[in-house]
Design a protein around this ligand. Structure first.
Ligand code: NAD
Ligand code: GLY
Length: 367
């Protein structure tokens, strides 16, 4: 890799195909990437106070150089703003500024901004183009790719949403330099997930290079983000609307979501909860005789090495967690479904996992 490593991955979805470009110095060339497309030259830049302070001027300067007029929508930081009320404010702003059907919506920030801006773009004027400019590791490897867009309902996360693909994703790895270490680790949980579900060589690469990623080495980041996006793109190409295989992306999420819900979505970052969920799923797979103990140990070791939690906190009982699992929107007719590894690099979707097995394994998962 030279001084300017850059990877380009196409998400092949026919007329909805788009490129994900991963590299340094992409935001400063944003205008160039948007030029020559069928966009009208007035863009809505959706961002939050944190991402705006750090990166909006860079993006806006480049857009202005390319002849775009930018309307900036800056929302407060926080998951609670991924709401219908905030989406309504975005509609008002777009309408006031006469954005038309070909005006692009640009999502500059983490997954909260990306999901919200994508949802707004899916619904404003029955759909306008949008571009993802993810600035967290989690958003670069997961939420910006694949077209799941949503806002939260007061009673549940991502309850109101759509499948709506972006026109382009620019993952500028230089933006990750300002991420708090906890957010880096949270994103790494999803990166590790991709190794387990689909790519043993990538998992082995992560075992070798975890420290380079924690040190935010650009070449290592480009490699890890690109490998992750390549896997996500393949899964989404096969099953865009999660009717089957896409569910493998939920490895670690059955328990992860329950843990987030049981703690009111405040104590745990998503990736931290997924890390505990992946460790528990591996233990469950061992318990059910599907996975060798050494393979589960490799996963738990790697999660620990990058500083992620692998055990349940005291104070939440297995029964409480089971109750949340039964209520998850991905549960069909009350049957508990888990994505379980059979080896590093291969998982199976197992429906109807007996509750008693889950209960027993959960009891072994406390810190
Ligand atoms: P986030 O968007 O809240 O970002 C985390 C924090 O980092 C925020 O405080 C944010 O302001 C800050 N931040 C963003 N970029 C920064 C930077 N470069 N430097 C410093 N700080 C920065 O959280 P997230 O983890 O990126 O995303 C979580 C959201 O993504 C959830 O709402 C979740 O439901 C959603 N999600 C969606 C999908 C999907 O497929 N659509 C997948 C996974 C998660
Ligand atoms: N984050 C899971 C998915 O995109 O399907």
């Amino acid at each position: 890799m030279g001084l300017f490593p850059e990877e380009k991955i196409t998400v092949n979805l026919g007329e909805r195909a788009y490129e994900v470009i991963i590299g340094p110095r992409l935001l400063s060339r944003l205008g160039h990437f948007l030029s020559g497309r069928d966009f009208t030259p007035r863009a809505l830049l959706v961002t939050n106070t944190t991402a705006a302070r750090l990166y909006a001027p860079l993006a806006e300067k480049s857009l202005a150089r390319a002849g775009f007029e930018v309307v900036r929508a800056e929302i407060p930081d926080g998951e609670e703003h991924k709401s219908l009320a905030t989406a309504a404010e975005l509609y008002d702003l777009a309408y006031e500024h006469e954005l038309d059907r070909r005006s692009p919506v640009l999502a500059l920030g983490g997954g909260v901004v990306g999901d919200l801006a994508g949802f707004m773009a899916a619904t404003y004027l029955r759909g306008v183009p949008y571009v993802q400019l993810p600035t967290t590791l989690l958003a670069q490897v997961d939420s910006s790719v694949g077209g799941k867009v949503a806002v939260n309902h007061p009673r549940g996360k991502n309850i109101i949403g759509a499948f709506y693909q972006p026109r382009l994703v620019l993952a500028d790895v230089e933006t990750l330099k300002t991420l708090p270490p906890r957010e880096v680790r949270s994103g790494l949980a999803e990166v590790i997930k991709y190794g387990v579900i689909a790519d043993p060589l990538f998992f082995a690469w992560l075992e070798e290079n975890a420290e380079r990623l924690l040190a935010l080495e650009p070449a290592a980041l480009v490699h890890a983000v690109a490998a992750s996006v390549r896997i996500k793109a393949q899964v989404v190409e096969e099953d865009e609307r999660e009717e089957g295989r896409r569910a493998v992306l939920n490895f670690g999420h059955t328990l992860g979501h329950a843990l987030e819900a049981a703690t009111g979505y405040t104590a745990w970052r998503h990736g931290e909860a997924v890390a505990v969920g992946m460790a528990a799923a591996a233990r469950l797979a061992v318990y059910l005789g599907m996975l060798a103990e050494e393979e589960a140990a490799r996963l738990v070791d790697l999660l620990r090495r990058v500083g992620l939690p692998v055990g349940l906190p005291g104070g939440i009982s297995p029964e409480e967690l089971l109750a949340f699992m039964r209520r998850d929107k991905k549960v069909l007719s009350g049957r508990l479904t888990f994505v379980l590894p059979v080896e590093i690099g291969k998982v199976e979707i197992v429906r109807d996992v007996p509750e008693e097995a889950v209960r027993r394994v959960l009891r072994l998962c406390y810190n």
